[in-house]
Design a protein around this ligand. Structure first.
Ligand code: G1P
Length: 292
């Protein structure tokens, strides 16, 4: 590997967002607002907090709102400046000054493994992070930062996991493995299955959308056959990686919200709004006043 630091983060963002129709007919699901920021921005801020300063967004048709969002908005900024709205101007500029972004298109929705492969040329021969923007993680130490700290020690691929009880496990990739003697949150992965039937799940450890991967994953993905749903699954690629490299599961500290799902987004909205200094007290009073 030419570099051993995790500097780049890939954001797969080409999916249709069918769980959020009809809103996602014309708005990318990554741009849906959680309180007042698009959900993808939470992931970008997490990547920055973990030391990744190069962001690669894998987009597709109908996703240009994401590119516009992270650009400078001259018309808006000019108007705000004229009106003396310096606070709002700063908010808009903060977003465009945030980070170096590159975009690559995934022409067809052929799965998460395929989306990651699209970023191969931009990543090159170094370890990288993958953030699935639907998974918004609220944590004291940002989840990806927790993982980068462990990566710097183990120098192997790491996948974030969380225990999911009952049949809901079928909506996830699932990991099996054995606990690491040195760290109770870490385990050495021995098997992975994408979206197993409940009875066939090898454990309760679901894959959550944060990964640190070594560049060896690219060659493995190139030769991984299509899996669940006729798509190239990242989970299958990581299983292939096990033949030559160690892979760890990491049970992160923090709360994960599935913001790509209506109920998950509602819960995240309530929790994030309650934590805000500007909205929290007022919102708490409002919630208490509801006779539920
Ligand atoms: C993807 C992954 C899956 C993982 C999930 C986490 O599935 O393929 O392994 O558990 O993200 O959010 P998706 O939700 O895109 O179907």
């Amino acid at each position: 590997m030419s570099n051993t630091k995790v500097r780049k983060a890939i954001f797969p963002a080409a999916g249709f967002g069918t769980r959020f129709l009809p809103a996602t007919k014309s708005i990318p699901k990554e741009m849906l607002a959680l309180v007042d920021k698009p959900i993808i921005q939470y992931g970008v801020e997490e990547a920055l907090a973990a030391g990744c300063d190069q962001i690669v967004i894998v987009t597709g048709r109908g996703k240009s709102a994401i590119e516009d969002y992270f650009d400078i908005s001259y018309e808006l900024e000019c108007t705000l400046e004229k009106r003396g709205k310096t606070d709002l101007l700063a908010l808009s500029r903060n977003v465009s000054n945030m980070v170096h972004l590159s975009y690559v298109r995934q022409k067809e929705a052929m799965g998460l493994g395929h989306a990651v492969l699209m970023a191969r040329d931009l990543v090159g021969d170094e370890p990288f992070a993958v953030i699935l923007p639907d998974d918004v993680i609220d944590a004291r130490v940002p989840c990806l930062k927790q993982m980068v700290d462990i990566y710097n020690d183990v120098q192997s691929s790491i996948i974030a996991t969380q225990v999911i009880e009952g049949p809901a496990i079928s909506a996830y990739g699932v990991l099996a493995g054995s606990p690491d003697p040195g760290n109770p949150r870490l385990f050495a992965v021995s098997d992975l299955v994408e979206k197993p039937k409940p009875a066939e799940a090898p454990s309760k450890n679901a894959i959550i959308g944060r990964y640190i991967l070594t560049p060896a994953i690219f060659d493995v993905l190139e030769r991984t056959p299509l899996g669940t749903g006729g798509e190239l699954q990242l989970t299958d690629g990581i299983k292939g990686l096990l033949a030559t490299e160690k892979v760890y599961g990491y049970s992160f500290e923090g709360v994960r919200h599935d913001a790509g799902d209506k109920f998950g987004m509602l819960k995240a909205t309530v929790e994030f709004a309650l934590k805000r200094d500007d909205l929290g007290p007022q919102f708490r009073d409002y919630l208490k006043s509801l006779k539920l």
